[in-house]
Design a binder for this molecule. Sequence first.
Ligand code: ITT
Length: 222
Amino acid sequence: MARIHFLTGNAGKVDEAVHHLAPLGHDVVQLSIDGIVEPQAEELETVARAKLEQAKAHLPDPNDWLMVEDAGLFVEALDGFPGVYSSYALSTLGCHGLLRLLDHLHSEDLHVEAGLRRAEFRAVAALMTPQGTFIGEGACLGRIAPALDGEGGFGFDPVFIPRDLDLSGQPAEIGVQGEVSTHGRTFAAVDMDLKGKFSHRTEALQDLLAQLGTADEAASAS
Ligand code: ITT
């Protein structure tokens, strides 16, 4: 099993990665490097791969693994904005500013209005190993709330309401009650355990792990 250097400034993300990867025997350590440039690109994967390329020279041992993870909020009515610019949009517009951008979306029918406010969080986890680079993807479907709700979480959590999930973890249609539900509340208004059940980030890591498992099986069969 390998030592994984996780390039991130966000300690919360490291905790989550340890939670998933330590039980499999991987040793995850945070890697902080000044001066990593995020390219202007529309895809999270492009940004993640560019960060891996810049950081690989900083690995203490070339046999170690390098991981990055990028996430963003994609709002349908804004053609996917803020997307890859989510960190910047959060520090400039903030949650209030995002709500104002959607002020014009109104319908007498609340169900229709909820549909107009569709959005999703997306995450990409990218892992560079001596055997190649693996990309895991995750998404959490939902909508932008009509107003700020909740004190917890971080980032755009106070304005994001996830769609309910059925027992197999699939998102229900907007307005349809599922087994896993925030009952119309935002991520900032529910506890972390409940948010974790919907998490785009968890899904991206699990996708990555599934690919690693397949690659390991193929290597041991050959
Ligand atoms: P890195 O150093 O690893 O890049 P970061 O905190 O900048 O960490 P991301 O690039 O993954 O994180 O996420 C970009 C922004 O997307 C982040 O600042 C939030 O505004 C938003 N975001 C991502 N995931 C979120 C979540 O689960 N809840 C709320 N906002 C989220």
